[in-house]
Design a protein around this ligand. Structure first.
Ligand code: TRP
Length: 328
Protein backbone atom coordinates (compact mmCIF):
# COMPACT_ATOMS: atom_id res chain seq x y z
CA UNK A 1 0.00 0.00 0.00
CA UNK A 2 1.30 3.46 -0.88
CA UNK A 3 2.15 5.49 2.17
CA UNK A 4 0.96 9.03 2.73
CA UNK A 5 4.37 10.60 3.08
CA UNK A 6 7.23 10.76 5.51
CA UNK A 7 7.04 11.16 9.26
CA UNK A 8 10.03 12.23 11.31
CA UNK A 9 10.26 12.50 15.04
CA UNK A 10 13.05 12.70 17.53
CA UNK A 11 13.52 12.44 21.25
CA UNK A 12 16.45 13.03 23.50
CA UNK A 13 17.99 9.89 24.98
CA UNK A 14 16.43 9.92 28.43
CA UNK A 15 17.02 6.27 29.20
CA UNK A 16 14.21 3.99 30.26
CA UNK A 17 10.89 5.30 29.08
CA UNK A 18 7.83 5.72 31.27
CA UNK A 19 4.08 5.51 30.84
CA UNK A 20 3.91 9.20 29.93
CA UNK A 21 6.39 8.70 27.07
CA UNK A 22 4.48 5.63 25.97
CA UNK A 23 1.02 7.16 25.91
CA UNK A 24 2.19 10.57 24.74
CA UNK A 25 4.60 9.59 21.99
CA UNK A 26 5.74 6.01 21.50
CA UNK A 27 2.27 4.60 20.89
CA UNK A 28 1.77 7.18 18.16
CA UNK A 29 5.14 6.44 16.61
CA UNK A 30 4.11 2.80 16.40
CA UNK A 31 0.68 3.54 14.92
CA UNK A 32 1.99 5.98 12.32
CA UNK A 33 4.07 3.21 10.76
CA UNK A 34 0.91 1.83 9.16
CA UNK A 35 0.33 4.96 7.10
CA UNK A 36 3.69 6.69 6.70
CA UNK A 37 7.34 6.07 5.98
CA UNK A 38 8.69 6.73 9.42
CA UNK A 39 12.06 7.99 10.52
CA UNK A 40 12.66 7.97 14.27
CA UNK A 41 15.75 9.51 15.73
CA UNK A 42 17.44 9.46 19.10
CA UNK A 43 18.79 12.98 19.27
CA UNK A 44 22.02 12.59 21.20
CA UNK A 45 23.43 15.89 19.91
CA UNK A 46 20.43 17.79 21.26
CA UNK A 47 21.04 16.07 24.59
CA UNK A 48 24.46 17.71 24.76
CA UNK A 49 22.81 21.10 25.24
CA UNK A 50 21.56 20.18 28.69
CA UNK A 51 23.86 17.51 30.11
CA UNK A 52 27.00 18.28 32.06
CA UNK A 53 28.56 14.89 31.53
CA UNK A 54 28.18 12.37 28.76
CA UNK A 55 28.88 9.33 30.89
CA UNK A 56 25.28 8.07 30.72
CA UNK A 57 24.66 8.98 27.10
CA UNK A 58 25.37 5.54 25.62
CA UNK A 59 23.41 3.71 28.26
CA UNK A 60 20.46 6.09 27.97
CA UNK A 61 20.46 5.78 24.19
CA UNK A 62 20.53 1.99 24.34
CA UNK A 63 17.78 1.80 26.97
CA UNK A 64 15.55 4.10 24.99
CA UNK A 65 16.14 2.15 21.78
CA UNK A 66 15.18 -1.05 23.61
CA UNK A 67 11.93 0.51 24.77
CA UNK A 68 11.04 1.84 21.34
CA UNK A 69 11.77 -1.45 19.64
CA UNK A 70 9.98 -3.50 22.26
CA UNK A 71 6.97 -1.20 22.00
CA UNK A 72 6.65 -1.92 18.30
CA UNK A 73 8.91 0.28 16.18
CA UNK A 74 9.57 -2.00 13.20
CA UNK A 75 13.15 -1.40 12.03
CA UNK A 76 12.76 -3.43 8.82
CA UNK A 77 10.17 -0.94 7.74
CA UNK A 78 10.94 2.29 9.59
CA UNK A 79 14.29 3.96 10.06
CA UNK A 80 15.48 4.06 13.66
CA UNK A 81 18.84 5.74 14.19
CA UNK A 82 21.07 7.89 16.35
CA UNK A 83 21.33 11.53 15.30
CA UNK A 84 25.13 11.84 15.48
CA UNK A 85 25.55 8.81 13.21
CA UNK A 86 24.39 10.98 10.33
CA UNK A 87 26.65 14.03 10.65
CA UNK A 88 25.11 15.72 7.58
CA UNK A 89 22.60 17.20 10.02
CA UNK A 90 25.36 19.36 11.50
CA UNK A 91 26.19 20.75 8.09
CA UNK A 92 22.58 21.56 7.30
CA UNK A 93 22.25 23.17 10.72
CA UNK A 94 25.03 25.60 9.80
CA UNK A 95 23.44 26.53 6.49
CA UNK A 96 20.05 27.02 8.11
CA UNK A 97 21.56 29.22 10.80
CA UNK A 98 22.32 31.81 8.11
CA UNK A 99 18.63 32.33 7.40
CA UNK A 100 17.54 32.29 11.04
CA UNK A 101 17.01 35.58 12.84
CA UNK A 102 18.83 35.72 16.14
CA UNK A 103 16.04 37.72 17.76
CA UNK A 104 13.55 34.97 17.04
CA UNK A 105 15.75 32.38 18.73
CA UNK A 106 16.21 34.45 21.87
CA UNK A 107 12.45 35.10 21.98
CA UNK A 108 11.42 31.44 22.00
CA UNK A 109 9.79 30.44 25.31
CA UNK A 110 11.70 27.14 25.33
CA UNK A 111 15.02 29.00 25.19
CA UNK A 112 13.99 31.29 28.03
CA UNK A 113 12.92 28.29 30.10
CA UNK A 114 16.27 26.59 29.59
CA UNK A 115 18.12 29.75 30.55
CA UNK A 116 16.09 29.88 33.76
CA UNK A 117 16.67 26.16 34.42
CA UNK A 118 20.41 26.16 33.87
CA UNK A 119 21.74 29.71 34.32
CA UNK A 120 25.24 28.33 34.83
CA UNK A 121 25.22 26.65 31.41
CA UNK A 122 23.69 28.98 28.84
CA UNK A 123 25.58 27.61 25.87
CA UNK A 124 25.39 28.46 22.20
CA UNK A 125 23.92 25.05 21.38
CA UNK A 126 20.93 25.84 23.54
CA UNK A 127 20.15 28.83 21.37
CA UNK A 128 20.63 26.84 18.17
CA UNK A 129 18.52 23.93 19.45
CA UNK A 130 15.50 24.71 17.22
CA UNK A 131 17.76 25.21 14.20
CA UNK A 132 19.28 21.77 14.70
CA UNK A 133 15.77 20.38 15.15
CA UNK A 134 14.79 22.02 11.87
CA UNK A 135 17.81 20.44 10.22
CA UNK A 136 16.66 17.02 11.52
CA UNK A 137 13.24 17.53 10.05
CA UNK A 138 14.14 18.92 6.65
CA UNK A 139 17.18 16.74 6.04
CA UNK A 140 14.80 13.79 5.67
CA UNK A 141 12.29 15.66 3.47
CA UNK A 142 9.71 15.26 6.18
CA UNK A 143 6.01 15.85 5.55
CA UNK A 144 4.65 15.32 9.04
CA UNK A 145 6.15 15.76 12.51
CA UNK A 146 4.32 14.14 15.42
CA UNK A 147 5.11 16.09 18.59
CA UNK A 148 3.59 17.04 21.91
CA UNK A 149 2.16 20.52 22.46
CA UNK A 150 5.38 21.83 23.98
CA UNK A 151 7.31 21.12 20.78
CA UNK A 152 4.71 22.47 18.34
CA UNK A 153 6.21 26.00 18.33
CA UNK A 154 9.50 24.44 17.23
CA UNK A 155 7.86 22.87 14.21
CA UNK A 156 6.19 26.19 13.40
CA UNK A 157 9.64 27.72 13.67
CA UNK A 158 11.01 25.06 11.32
CA UNK A 159 8.41 26.08 8.77
CA UNK A 160 9.59 29.68 8.98
CA UNK A 161 13.21 28.67 8.49
CA UNK A 162 12.24 26.59 5.46
CA UNK A 163 10.40 29.55 3.96
CA UNK A 164 13.36 31.87 4.57
CA UNK A 165 15.78 29.37 3.06
CA UNK A 166 13.69 28.71 -0.01
CA UNK A 167 13.10 32.44 -0.48
CA UNK A 168 16.71 33.47 0.07
CA UNK A 169 18.09 30.92 -2.37
CA UNK A 170 15.13 31.02 -4.71
CA UNK A 171 14.53 27.30 -4.47
CA UNK A 172 11.96 24.72 -3.43
CA UNK A 173 14.32 22.03 -2.17
CA UNK A 174 13.21 22.19 1.44
CA UNK A 175 9.77 20.99 2.42
CA UNK A 176 7.61 22.80 4.99
CA UNK A 177 6.65 20.19 7.57
CA UNK A 178 3.17 19.83 9.04
CA UNK A 179 2.66 19.38 12.79
CA UNK A 180 0.69 16.45 14.07
CA UNK A 181 -0.28 16.69 17.71
CA UNK A 182 0.31 13.47 19.55
CA UNK A 183 -0.75 14.24 23.06
CA UNK A 184 -4.31 13.06 23.35
CA UNK A 185 -4.19 13.30 27.08
CA UNK A 186 -1.81 14.70 29.60
CA UNK A 187 -0.44 11.80 31.60
CA UNK A 188 -0.07 12.77 35.23
CA UNK A 189 2.52 11.33 37.56
CA UNK A 190 1.94 9.28 40.69
CA UNK A 191 1.41 12.54 42.60
CA UNK A 192 -1.74 13.02 40.48
CA UNK A 193 -0.77 16.67 39.91
CA UNK A 194 2.27 17.20 37.70
CA UNK A 195 2.83 15.75 34.25
CA UNK A 196 4.60 12.40 34.49
CA UNK A 197 8.33 12.93 34.22
CA UNK A 198 11.55 11.27 35.16
CA UNK A 199 13.05 14.46 36.57
CA UNK A 200 10.14 14.78 39.02
CA UNK A 201 10.49 11.09 39.89
CA UNK A 202 6.72 10.67 39.64
CA UNK A 203 6.91 8.14 36.82
CA UNK A 204 6.25 4.47 36.16
CA UNK A 205 8.91 2.84 33.98
CA UNK A 206 7.74 0.52 31.24
CA UNK A 207 10.63 -1.83 31.89
CA UNK A 208 10.03 -2.11 35.64
CA UNK A 209 9.22 -5.57 36.99
CA UNK A 210 5.58 -6.39 37.75
CA UNK A 211 6.40 -6.12 41.48
CA UNK A 212 8.05 -2.72 41.09
CA UNK A 213 5.15 -1.56 38.96
CA UNK A 214 2.57 -2.65 41.51
CA UNK A 215 4.50 -0.95 44.30
CA UNK A 216 4.62 2.26 42.29
CA UNK A 217 0.90 2.08 41.48
CA UNK A 218 0.08 1.65 45.17
CA UNK A 219 1.80 5.02 45.77
CA UNK A 220 -0.49 6.79 43.31
CA UNK A 221 -2.54 9.68 44.67
CA UNK A 222 -6.30 9.24 44.18
CA UNK A 223 -9.19 11.69 44.74
CA UNK A 224 -7.67 13.89 47.50
CA UNK A 225 -11.11 14.61 48.97
CA UNK A 226 -11.66 10.93 49.68
CA UNK A 227 -10.11 10.64 53.13
CA UNK A 228 -11.64 7.42 54.43
CA UNK A 229 -12.57 4.11 52.84
CA UNK A 230 -16.23 4.89 53.58
CA UNK A 231 -16.17 8.28 51.83
CA UNK A 232 -17.63 8.22 48.34
CA UNK A 233 -15.03 9.16 45.72
CA UNK A 234 -15.08 11.20 42.54
CA UNK A 235 -13.53 9.26 39.63
CA UNK A 236 -13.49 12.40 37.49
CA UNK A 237 -10.69 13.89 39.55
CA UNK A 238 -8.84 10.61 40.16
CA UNK A 239 -5.65 9.88 38.22
CA UNK A 240 -5.96 6.15 38.88
CA UNK A 241 -9.39 6.17 37.28
CA UNK A 242 -8.05 7.98 34.21
CA UNK A 243 -5.47 5.19 33.91
CA UNK A 244 -8.19 2.55 34.25
CA UNK A 245 -9.92 4.17 31.30
CA UNK A 246 -6.81 3.49 29.22
CA UNK A 247 -5.76 0.06 30.43
CA UNK A 248 -8.84 -1.69 31.84
CA UNK A 249 -11.73 -3.39 30.05
CA UNK A 250 -14.88 -1.27 29.63
CA UNK A 251 -17.02 -3.30 32.05
CA UNK A 252 -14.43 -2.93 34.78
CA UNK A 253 -14.17 0.82 34.14
CA UNK A 254 -17.95 1.15 34.45
CA UNK A 255 -18.00 -0.93 37.59
CA UNK A 256 -15.24 1.16 39.21
CA UNK A 257 -16.92 4.40 38.17
CA UNK A 258 -20.18 3.37 39.85
CA UNK A 259 -18.67 1.67 42.90
CA UNK A 260 -16.18 4.46 43.68
CA UNK A 261 -19.02 7.01 43.74
CA UNK A 262 -20.90 5.01 46.37
CA UNK A 263 -17.83 3.88 48.33
CA UNK A 264 -18.42 0.32 47.13
CA UNK A 265 -14.77 -0.05 46.15
CA UNK A 266 -11.82 1.44 48.01
CA UNK A 267 -8.74 3.10 46.53
CA UNK A 268 -6.48 0.21 47.51
CA UNK A 269 -8.58 -2.32 45.61
CA UNK A 270 -8.95 0.05 42.73
CA UNK A 271 -5.17 0.45 42.48
CA UNK A 272 -4.58 -3.30 42.75
CA UNK A 273 -6.88 -3.80 39.80
CA UNK A 274 -5.09 -1.13 37.80
CA UNK A 275 -1.67 -2.63 38.62
CA UNK A 276 -2.87 -6.06 37.47
CA UNK A 277 -4.26 -4.72 34.20
CA UNK A 278 -1.21 -2.61 33.52
CA UNK A 279 1.12 -5.52 34.18
CA UNK A 280 -0.91 -7.69 31.86
CA UNK A 281 -0.81 -5.04 29.16
CA UNK A 282 2.96 -4.69 29.47
CA UNK A 283 3.73 -8.41 29.53
CA UNK A 284 4.47 -8.83 25.79
CA UNK A 285 6.47 -5.60 25.84
CA UNK A 286 8.61 -6.84 28.71
CA UNK A 287 9.24 -10.20 27.08
CA UNK A 288 10.36 -8.56 23.85
CA UNK A 289 12.49 -6.05 25.72
CA UNK A 290 14.26 -8.75 27.71
CA UNK A 291 15.00 -10.62 24.50
CA UNK A 292 16.47 -7.50 22.86
CA UNK A 293 18.43 -6.59 25.98
CA UNK A 294 20.15 -9.95 25.81
CA UNK A 295 21.33 -9.20 22.25
CA UNK A 296 23.06 -5.83 22.42
CA UNK A 297 24.97 -6.51 19.19
CA UNK A 298 21.74 -7.02 17.35
CA UNK A 299 20.38 -3.72 18.66
CA UNK A 300 23.60 -1.98 17.60
CA UNK A 301 23.18 -3.51 14.12
CA UNK A 302 19.62 -2.25 13.92
CA UNK A 303 20.74 1.28 14.80
CA UNK A 304 23.69 1.17 12.39
CA UNK A 305 21.49 -0.09 9.61
CA UNK A 306 19.01 2.71 10.35
CA UNK A 307 21.82 5.26 10.14
CA UNK A 308 22.98 3.88 6.79
CA UNK A 309 19.51 4.19 5.32
CA UNK A 310 19.06 7.65 6.85
CA UNK A 311 22.38 8.74 5.41
CA UNK A 312 21.34 7.92 1.87
CA UNK A 313 18.44 10.36 2.15
CA UNK A 314 20.57 12.92 4.01
CA UNK A 315 23.33 12.97 1.41
CA UNK A 316 20.84 13.45 -1.37
CA UNK A 317 19.28 16.43 0.42
CA UNK A 318 22.66 17.97 1.19
CA UNK A 319 23.61 17.72 -2.46
CA UNK A 320 20.46 19.55 -3.48
CA UNK A 321 20.92 22.15 -0.77
CA UNK A 322 24.50 22.94 -1.80
CA UNK A 323 23.37 23.17 -5.39
CA UNK A 324 20.52 25.54 -4.47
CA UNK A 325 22.91 27.70 -2.47
CA UNK A 326 25.34 27.74 -5.39
CA UNK A 327 28.15 26.72 -3.13
CA UNK A 328 31.32 26.55 -5.19
N1 TRP B 1 13.11 18.90 20.48
C1 TRP B 1 12.52 17.63 20.67
C2 TRP B 1 12.25 17.42 22.17
O1 TRP B 1 12.89 18.04 22.99
C3 TRP B 1 13.39 16.52 20.16
C4 TRP B 1 13.65 16.66 18.69
C5 TRP B 1 14.83 16.91 18.09
C6 TRP B 1 12.67 16.51 17.65
N2 TRP B 1 14.68 16.94 16.75
C7 TRP B 1 13.38 16.70 16.44
C8 TRP B 1 11.29 16.26 17.63
C9 TRP B 1 12.73 16.65 15.22
C10 TRP B 1 10.65 16.22 16.40
C11 TRP B 1 11.36 16.41 15.22
O2 TRP B 1 11.41 16.62 22.51
Amino acid sequence: MAKKGRVFSGARPTGRQHLGNYLGAIQNYVALQDDYDCVYCIVDVHALTTVETTQDLRKNTFEMALDWLAAGIRPEESILFIQSHVPEVMELHTYLSMVTALGKLTDLPTFKEKVAQQPENVNYGLLGYPVLMTADIVLYKTDVVPVGVDQAPHVEFAREIVRSFNYRYNTKVLIEPQVKHTEILKVLGIDGKAKMSKSLNNHIELAATPQETSARVMEMVTDPARMKRTDPGNPEVCNVFSMHKIFSPAEEVNMIDAECRRAGIGCVDCKKRFAANLNQHLEPFRAKRAELASQPDHVADVLNNGAERARVIAQETIKEVREAMQLP
